[in-house]
Design a protein around this ligand. Structure first.
Ligand SMILES: CC(C)(COP(=O)(O)OP(=O)(O)OC[C@H]1O[C@@H](n2cnc3c(N)ncnc32)[C@H](O)[C@@H]1OP(=O)(O)O)[C@@H](O)C(=O)NCCC(=O)NCCS
Length: 171
């Protein structure tokens, strides 16, 4: 049974190991983050983050926070809504390879859309890397996301293509 569970900073220690393990399976080392990155998001006001549990086992996650806390991420300060506190930024989403193609990422996003609206956000912004995050870009488009910017030369892992689609999903 799939459960999409909101998480808080207090619950982070319980999930930290599983989240970092799934992240390491899903991204190149240069794209992975330290635990403090996730905890920082969970400590932010108006954060929207979830753990996907399948029969109690952590199968995936989605961490998001207000756009303004990601000013160091390429493309973010060029967002036309930057500084307005109206955009929720998709910081990280991944599903354990053993649990993919079962609709878990889509359910995480659907719950996020509901909760983002409740919190007063007007837009969800995301960066989806060309090729490596193509499935995520397809999921985001299926939910209504459109490309805002095409960014190149932003990843430091030496892999090509080194480009991403910066996109908006208007709520
Ligand atoms: C992207 C990721 C999170 C998707 O997780 P998931 O739980 O397997 O995704 P879902 O099962 O919810 O999505 C399935 C959707 O993607 C579609 N899909 C699957 N593979 C696809 C492909 N190769 N091309 C296009 N669409 C594809 C499915 O048809 C389905 O769409 P539908 O619901 O309209 O039928 C997972 O693949 C992952 O962790 N990838 C590595 C990390 C990553 O890229 N994260 C995103 C960073 S921005």
């Amino acid at each position: 049974m799939l459960e999409i569970k909101s998480i808080t900073a207090q619950q982070w220690p319980q999930y930290e190991q599983d989240v970092l393990a799934i992240e390491a399976m899903a991204f190149s080392a240069a794209q992975c983050h330290p635990a403090s990155y996730y905890l920082n998001i969970l400590n932010s006001e108006r954060q929207v983050s979830y753990i996907a549990l399948v029969d109690g086992k952590v199968a995936g996650f989605l961490f998001c926070g207000p756009l303004e806390m990601f000013a160091q991420v390429a493309g973010v300060t060029d967002d036309p809504h930057f500084g307005q506190n109206t955009v929720l930024y998709d910081a990280d989403i991944a599903v354990n390879p053993d649990f993919r193609n079962q609709g878990i990422a889509k359910k995480l996003k659907q719950q996020q859309i509901i909760d983002a609206k409740t919190l007063g956000y007007q837009v969800i912004a995301a960066r989806n890397r060309v090729k490596y995050a193509h499935v995520m870009w397809c999921i985001n488009q299926s939910l209504g996301a459109v490309e805002i910017q095409h960014l190149t030369g932003i990843y430091k892992d030496g892999r090509e293509p080194n480009a991403c689609v910066y996109n908006h999903l208007v709520l």
